[in-house]
Structure formats: C-alpha cells, structure tokens
Design a protein around this ligand. Structure first.
Ligand code: BEZ
Length: 265
C-alpha cells in the first residue's frame, strides 16, 4: 500500500462496451429463464430497461415484439445501435413513457439503481405500462455476490473507502421488493430469490477471471485508488476470495443470487 488515503476520482461505474462484451456476456447468456417468463409475443410493445449493448433486446425483438431499449450509458447504447435496435438514453427513474407498453422487461440492471431511487423508478414503470401490462425482471437479490463484496470491503477499508457505499447497488430481499412493487400499484404474481453460482470466463490474454470481473464491474470504486494501490487491492481481493470461490480444477465461480419477479399493472 503506497498511500492510506483515496485519490479523488469521479465516483460511479463506467461502462465499456468492448470490455463488457469480452467479460460480461454471461449476464445476458444466463437470462433465458427470465426471458421465458416474459414470453414475448409478436406485435407486443415491450420496453427493455437497462438494455446495455442490446444482446437481450435483440433476442426479444427476434420474436416479432416491438422493443424499445433504454439505458443510461451512451457507450452501451452505441453498441446497441450497431444491432439496429430502437434505443433511447434515459435513467430508469426518469422514464418519459405514458401507457405505451404491453410489458416492461429488465435483466441485471435494476440493482445498479440505488435503493432510494426505486420508488420513483417503479412509478415510472407503472406509468409506462398499459392497464393489465406486465413487469417481468431479474436483478441481484439479497446476498448477491456477498463474498466478493465482503472481500472488497475489507481490502478497501484501510484506504478509508467504503466499497458498499460507493458501489451504490441494491440487492433487496423478496419481501422488501414485493412491498415496493405493491406500493407502486403493481399486483405481484411471483417474486423469488434464486442462487446462481456463475462460472467466470477467462480474462483477456490469460488475465485472472476474478481480477477481470473486478476491473469490469467494480471500476467505479477501484478508480478511486492510485494505480499502484489499485493493482495491489485487486491482488489482495483475489487472494482473499481464492479459498472461497476458486476450485481445484482452476475455475472461478461468482456467488450471484438473483431476484426474479413478475407483476402486473
Ligand atoms: C449482477 O448481475 O448481479 C451483477 C453483475 C455485475 C456486478 C454486480 C452484480
């Protein structure tokens, strides 16, 4: 450690479409169950919240549904536009739509919105749906990536950085999110916590998969460190996690837990 205090860096996760395509593709690949729950039909108008680079939006559009994707990241939207998808830039808690969609869908995006913003987001989603419309989504749930978060929190504490506070993620328990959905006017058909241990892909040029995961998904907090401290912090986090998430066959598994739900307006 070269320095006990964090460098000033802009807070917040930065999305890099190339890095995500190389290291985060599994997020969309593992979404088959939530897409099946959505059951998109030809001609339906569907809003895909947090569409990212459009990998899933494209799959849903292939059913004949008329899909609009929204995301806050211009880099990810540029990648989505290369797939010739209809996408718009906006935040999930400031959607401009009024009774325009048969269904709102979201995969692995809602947990990036801090908890206090969810009531406004759910009100926007409710307003965007036609009466009887459905809201089908999967996000990180209670206990999501608990080992990774705990290790990173321990490693960054000596730098006076609270990794949890800076990641600003929200991984709610089913009862908590059910209440929030109901408070926004939804009727909840199902809401379940689903443990999903997820093998991590190899990093580019043989980089350690867990180090690559941290670089891809925790850059918002790691960028607060000076470069030498950043490298050391990643190494220390990887070594703390090795006895827990690395197996004798040489595979890393991330301790994902999903919250999957279906609700109607
Ligand atoms: C998730 O999908 O739960 C997730 C993905 C990347 C970082 C953190 C959480």
């Amino acid at each position: 450690m070269t320095n006990q205090s964090p460098v000033q860096a802009p807070a917040g996760q930065i999305w890099n479409a190339q890095a995500y395509a190389a290291s985060g593709r599994f997020v969309a690949t593992l979404a088959a169950d939530v897409v099946a729950l959505l059951a998109p039909q030809a001609g339906e108008r569907i809003l895909d919240l947090g569409c990212g680079d459009g990998a899933l939006t494209e799959q849903i559009a292939a059913t004949g549904a008329l899909v609009t994707g929204v995301d806050n990241s211009s880099a990810m939207l540029a990648a989505a536009r290369e797939r010739h998808l209809h996408v718009e830039q906006c935040s999930i808690d400031a959607l401009p739509f009024q009774q325009e969609f048969d269904a709102v869908f979201s995969n692995a995006a809602l947990h990036w919105l801090p908890a206090p913003k969810h009531p406004a987001a759910l009100a926007c989603i409710h307003r965007a749906l036609l009466p009887g419309g459905r809201f089908v989504a999967e996000m990180g749930g209670q206990g999501n990536i608990a080992a990774i978060r705990t290790a990173l929190r321990a490693v960054l504490a000596p730098f006076a950085i609270d990794a949890e506070a800076h990641s600003e993620s929200f991984y709610p328990a089913p009862a908590v999110y059910r209440r929030m959905l109901e408070a926004a006017g939804f009727t909840v058909q199902s809401i379940d916590l689903i443990p999903r241990p997820t093998p991590l892909p190899a990093g580019p040029d043989g980089a350690d998969p867990m180090a690559t995961w941290l670089n891809t998904f925790r850059n918002g907090v790691l960028d607060r460190l000076a470069p030498a401290d950043r490298t050391a912090a990643i190494e220390r986090t990887v070594s703390l996690l090795k006895p827990i998430l690395y197996d004798r066959d040489g595979n890393w598994t991330a301790d994902y837990v999903r919250l999957r739900f279906q609700a109607t307006k």
